[in-house]
Design a protein around this ligand. Structure first.
Ligand code: DHB
Ligand code: FE
Length: 298
C-alpha cells in the first residue's frame, strides 16, 4: 500500500532558482535563506520518498487566459522546465508517475473532485524552485513527481476549506494504491507578498507565523479563513498559501513539525518552510516561533 509519510511547505520565489543556477546561494543575501533548507536536504537523503505529489501554481507559463483549471493533475511521463522569459532553467526534466497519477485522478473524480487531467505541460518556478530548495543542484531529480496545479492567479481561487478537503481526498486515493510507495505531499507558494500596485512589497511576519503555527497540531481552524483575510493581511499573492492547506489536509487529523524556517526578505516575498509528519505522538511543539528550529533526530 502507498503511504503518505510527510508533508513539506515551501515558498517558490523565482529568484531562488536564479541564485542557485548562478551559484549565489551562499552569498550574504541568499545564504541565510538556503541555510534554512539544509536540514531538509539532509533529511530527504534518508527519507528517500518514491513520489512527491507537488501542489503548485503555474504563473501563466503552461496556462493563460484561454484555460484556467482550478485543480489539475499531471498524469504525464515527463515535464520540461518552462521558458519564463529568459530560456528554460538548466535543471533536470521532472519525471512523472503516470500510474499513481491516473489512480489518484480516478479516485478524486469519483470522490467528486472535478480534476482537470494534464498529460503534457512545462513546469515553471512554482514547481522547479521547491525541488531546487529540497535537492540542490543535481543531474537528475531523485524522485518522481505528480504535479498538482491550483489556480491562485486568476480570481476566484478555490477556498481554503476546499483545498483542505482535496488534501483529505488525496490521502484516501494514495491509501488505496496497492504498490508499496513512500509518498510525500508538498504545498508550495507564499508567504506574504504582493508584486504590484500601491501595496507592493507588503510583508506580514506575524500573520505568516500564525499560518505556520496553524498547520501544526490538530486544529483545522485555518481552513475557514476567507480569501479576503489573505488579501488584506498578506497581499494579493499571499493567496498562494491556500495550496499549503492541500498538503495539510493530506496529513490527517494531527501533525507535528520536524523543521521550520522563516526569513524576510527574499525578493518581494517572505519565505517560509515547514516539514510535517502525520502525528505519531513524537516530535516537538514548534508553534510560536519565527526562528529556525529542527529536531535532531526523530
Ligand atoms: C516573486 C514571488 C512569487 O511567488 C512569484 O511567483 C514571483 C515573484 C517575488 O517575490 O519576486
Ligand atoms: Fe508565485
Amino acid at each position: 500500500m502507498a503511504r503518505i509519510t510527510a508533508g513539506i511547505g515551501s515558498s517558490h520565489v523565482p529568484l531562488l532558482g536564479v541564485a542557485s543556477d548562478m551559484n549565489k546561494d551562499a552569498d550574504d543575501y541568499f545564504g541565510p535563506i538556503f541555510a534554512g533548507f539544509e536540514w531538509t536536504r539532509e533529511w530527504e537523503k534518508s527519507e528517500k520518498p518514491d513520489v512527491i505529489i507537488l501542489v503548485f501554481n503555474d504563473h501563466a507559463s503552461a496556462f493563460d487566459m484561454k484555460i484556467i483549471p482550478t485543480f489539475a493533475i499531471g498524469c504525464g511521463e515527463l515535464y520540461q522546465p518552462a521558458d519564463e522569459g529568459w530560456g528554460p532553467r538548466q535543471v533536470p526534466a521532472v519525471e512523472g508517475h503516470p500510474d499513481l497519477a491516473w489512480h489518484i485522478a480516478q479516485s478524486l473524480i469519483l470522490d467528486e473532485f472535478d480534476m482537470t487531467i494534464i498529460n503534457e505541460m512545462d513546469v515553471d518556478h512554482g514547481l522547479t524552485v521547491p525541488l531546487t530548495m529540497m535537492y540542490g543542484k543535481t543531474d537528475a531529480w531523485p524522485v518522481k513527481v505528480i504535479p498538482l496545479a491550483v489556480n491562485v492567479v486568476t480570481y476566484p481561487p478555490p477556498s481554503g476549506n476546499r483545498c483542505w478537503a482535496l488534501g483529505e481526498a488525496i490521502a484516501r486515493a494514495v491509501a488505496s494504491y496497492e504498490e508499496d510507495l513512500n509518498v510525500q505531499v508538498w504545498g508550495t507558494g507564499g508567504m506574504s507578498h504582493q508584486l504590484q500596485g500601491p501595496r507592493a512589497g507588503i510583508i506580514n511576519r506575524e500573520w505568516d507565523n500564525m499560518f505556520l503555527d496553524s498547520l501544526i497540531g490538530e486544529s483545522d481552524a485555518i481552513r475557514r479563513v476567507p480569501h479576503i483575510e489573505y488579501l488584506r493581511e498578506t497581499g494579493s499573492e499571499g493567496i498562494e498559501m491556500v495550496m499549503w492547506l492541500i498538503m495539510r489536509g493530506a496529513m490527517g487529523r494531527k501533525t507535528h513539525a520536524l523543521h521550520r524556517h522563516y526569513h524576510v526578505p527574499c525578493s518581494n516575498t517572505a519565505i517560509g518552510h515547514v516539514v510535517l509528519r502525520p502525528d505519531n505522538g513524537e516530535g516537538l511543539d514548534m508553534t510560536g516561533s519565527d526562528t529556525v528550529q529542527s529536531i535532531a533526530a526523530e
